[in-house]
Write a protein that binds this ligand. Structure first.
Ligand code: PMP
Length: 361
């Protein structure tokens, strides 16, 4: 082997969901919002001064930081912004997880966490969720180099009550605890209000899900001014201009239309609740998600077959191989029309399965 080959970094990258570019598909595989962003976003983008694009953007994205701080009634010194929460989370791993002790996160969770840990050579351990896919807080009462978990968790959608999160914080005053709230707006309690009591808490959120702006890549973190300063120091050691001018303008405009945000949230949670009931009626096991997706197991547990059958009908959902997840599919909540198309396909598939079963039996 050539010597230089030995110097190439080998990593096992995260695999994002497919982004097929066909208008007729039902895309329920990446937890995007089925509704467009507020019209105020389009207006802000249309009003952008194109000639200003020759300038670098504000490296601190101060306008967006201020708008987020105002919306959540915090001080701008408590807000960090990045290119989607993936960027913010990667910066958090790099900034806060620098111990020889293992970072802790659940065995079934956002599959990017182990990728960042490997990339940054951070040791980690993954305490198992219980048999109902719930996090056991006691698993986090031990020495560690930091803690991270999503609330609600992904891909299960299961939310933890705030008192449990506070207990984890109380047992970990010497660690940084990151709560990844990518899906919190769909019905889970936010840990934001614990910020004033815990200077070791970081809360990460995104514009990609509840605010319909996955394409703009805007994420943010809340924490004590000391933690936010540390995050910014690392960011400025990496890339000064992470937020482009369009993303800054779109983010500010989006926050200004809270009414639209609440309306679309309510549509999605209503659709989620009847989708849960209808799937249960068809014999599916449905976890009690508080997110904009459901984690479900078909009656005969043949999730991979169903994933492929749906794909043949241009309905995209997400399947995660692995011993604890292989019997499940993660299905994003779409519009009622999209869910009807899903149910049409599911009912056909179940009927075909029964016919096959009768033939064999
Ligand atoms: N956290 C969790 C738990 C997620 O599922 C996702 C979406 N893949 C993200 C963070 C990142 O989302 P984004 O980078 O679009 O903000």
């Amino acid at each position: 082997m050539k010597n230089w080959k030995k110097n190439i970094r080998q990593v096992q990258p995260y695999t994002p969901g497919e982004q097929p570019d066909r208008p007729d598909i039902v895309k329920l595989n990446t937890n995007e919002n089925p509704y467009p962003p507020s019209s105020s976003v389009e207006k802000a983008l249309a009003e952008m001064d194109g000639s200003a694009l020759r300038l670098y953007p504000d490296p601190a994205a101060s306008g967006l930081v201020r708008a987020i701080a105002d919306f959540y009634e915090l001080d701008p010194s408590q807000v960090f912004v990045g290119v989607g929460s993936d960027d913010v989370l990667a910066m958090c791993f790099l900034t806060f997880f620098n111990s020889q002790k293992p970072v802790l996160f659940p065995d079934v969770t956002y599959s990017f966490y182990p990728v960042w840990a490997d990339l940054f050579r951070i040791p980690f351990e993954t305490p198992a969720l219980d048999e109902d896919f719930c996090l056991r807080k006691e698993d986090y009462y031990r020495e560690n180099g930091g803690i991270i978990f999503p609330n609600p968790n992904a891909p299960t959608g299961i939310a933890q009550p705030l008192p449990q999160i506070e207990e984890i914080l109380q047992h970990n005053l010497d660690s940084i605890v990151i709560v990844d709230e990518a899906y919190v707006d769909f019905g889970a309690p936010s840990a934001i209000r614990l910020l004033e009591r815990y200077e070791n808490l970081v809360v990460v959120q995104t514009f990609s899900k509840s605010r319909s702006l996955a394409g703009m890549r805007i994420g943010y973190a809340f924490g004590s001014p000391e933690l936010i300063r540390a995050l910014n120091d690392v960011k400025y050691s990496f890339n000064s201009y992470t937020m482009n001018q369009a993303a800054i303008a779109a983010g500010i405009a989006c926050l200004a239309d809270a009414l639209y945000w609440r309306r679309t949230l309510s549509l999605i949670t209503q659709t989620r609740e009847w989708t849960k009931a209808r799937l249960s009626d068809l014999g599916f096991t449905v976890l009690d998600s508080q997110a904009n997706f459901l984690f479900v197991s078909p009656p005969d547990k043949n999730a991979k077959d169903l994933y492929e059958a749906l794909r043949e009908r241009d309905i995209y959902v997400r399947y995660f191989a692995g011993p604890r997840t292989e019997n499940y599919l993660r299905i994003t909540i779409g519009t009622p029309l999209q869910m009807d198309r899903l149910f049409g396909a599911l009912e056909d598939w179940l009927r075909e399965g029964k016919r096959e079963g009768l033939k064999k039996g």
